[in-house]
Design a protein around this ligand. Structure first.
Ligand SMILES: Cc1cc2nc3c(=O)[nH]c(=O)nc-3n(C[C@H](O)[C@H](O)[C@H](O)COP(=O)(O)OP(=O)(O)OC[C@H]3O[C@@H](n4cnc5c(N)ncnc54)[C@H](O)[C@@H]3O)c2cc1C
Length: 320
């Protein structure tokens, strides 16, 4: 039943795609910092902010960390976003499982991102290097948690039962430690929304600010755009502050002005991505044999696969 409904599309014939291992990315970012600058296992439970004062992050052990700027990069359930009054992300109706398959002997997959789309279930895969393949499975399901990774693997294999052996093999070849499972949610940043994305030296970045559904594969990429923009905006602001002797109140006004510029640019960029990704998700997650067949017949004629990746054509060198 599934096989006749699975439609495969391939991205990457005209665009450059790169698979980045999260651990390697974190290591390279960490290695670029001075050794004693990072604090691990520091669970933030609350942020204290007051007009005219430096903000403080309260940790689980009760200690307070004071800084001129606090940027909450604490993911979709962000404590900092809640503190700013942002509403919770909206569940999109489907769950995502991610994993990395190991092929020590090498494999024959082309270096393109391909997606196989079935009846309320789809699977994408992309080779990371000559021996590892990243894959994801997205499936319609009420939001829930499965903590045992071997159960997650069983679930993944069940979801693609009867699908081409090459896909099943990819899941089978994935160590359980490489698997993660998450509810897919997003939050649209309408320009007229009443929440404040920055206040008194506190703001958010990445999923904490703009969770998007992964249908354009842009959540992590745009989190890095946030970092580039924030670094530039804040270093400009601090360079200017160095030249003047200001009270804390005046200093915080300048910092908030700079953060306002960051928020405005990110709001403009992220609304389109969130809406487009959500709509693509709705089409891809179509359920029911009839609707899925209609989609599979129409989609390849109406949309070229590469059109999905136009949102990636964004040059961070132009920011600020
Ligand atoms: C199925 C799926 C496929 C995806 N595919 C892609 C893709 O192909 N390309 C892409 O760019 N993106 C993709 N994404 C999205 C991407 O994973 C996220 O957008 C990205 O991880 C967001 O990074 P982040 O640092 O903002 O948040 P996270 O990665 O969630 O990191 C948040 C960090 O904050 C920590 N934290 C949480 N709460 C606290 C607290 N109170 N105190 C201190 N620390 C805290 C957490 O431990 C974690 O380390 C995908 C997502 C899913 C679910």
């Amino acid at each position: 039943m599934f096989l006749c409904n699975v439609w495969s599309c391939f991205y990457g014939s005209h665009v450059e795609l790169r698979g980045v291992d999260r651990r390697m990315l974190l290591e390279s970012l960490t290695n670029a910092l001075p050794a004693d600058i990072l604090l691990y296992d520091s669970h933030v439970v609350k942020v204290h902010r007051k007009r005219g004062c430096y903000p403080q992050a309260e940790l689980k052990d009760g200690s307070l960390l004071q800084a001129k700027v606090i940027v909450g990069c604490d993911g979709i359930g962000s404590v900092v976003a809640k503190n700013l009054g942002l509403k919770e992300a909206h569940y999109a109706g489907y769950m995502g499982i991610r994993g990395v398959a190991m092929f020590p002997e090498g494999y024959t997959l082309k270096s393109v991102l391909s997606q196989s789309i079935g009846n309320g279930v789809r699977m994408g895969r992309f080779p990371l290097d000559s021996s590892r393949v990243y894959w994801f499975l997205v499936f319609n399901h009420p939001p829930d948690k499965v903590r045992d990774p071997s159960l997650v693997k069983e679930e993944a294999l069940r979801l693609i039962q009867g699908w081409p052996e090459q896909l099943v093999e990819i899941v089978k070849r994935s160590p359980v430690e490489s698997l993660s499972r998450a509810a897919i949610s997003d939050r649209w940043m309408w320009p007229w929304s009443l929440w404040k994305l920055h206040q008194c030296g506190v703001t958010v970045a990445g999923d904490a600010m703009h969770p998007v559904t992964p249908n354009l594969a842009q959540g992590g990429c745009t989190a890095m755009e946030d970092a580039v923009l924030l670094a530039r905006i804040l270093s400009n602001a601090f360079n200017k502050l160095k030249e003047r002797r200001l009270s804390v109140n005046e200093e915080m006004e300048q910092i908030d002005h700079a953060l306002g510029g960051y928020v405005a640019q990110r709001q403009k960029r992220m609304l389109g991505i969130a809406v487009k990704a959500n709509l693509i998700g709705k089409v891809f997650q179509t359920e029911g044999d009839f609707f899925a067949s209609v989609r599979n017949a129409l989609l390849p004629r109406v949309i070229r696969a590469d059109a999905f990746v136009t949102s990636t054509l964004y040059d961070v060198r132009g920011l600020v």
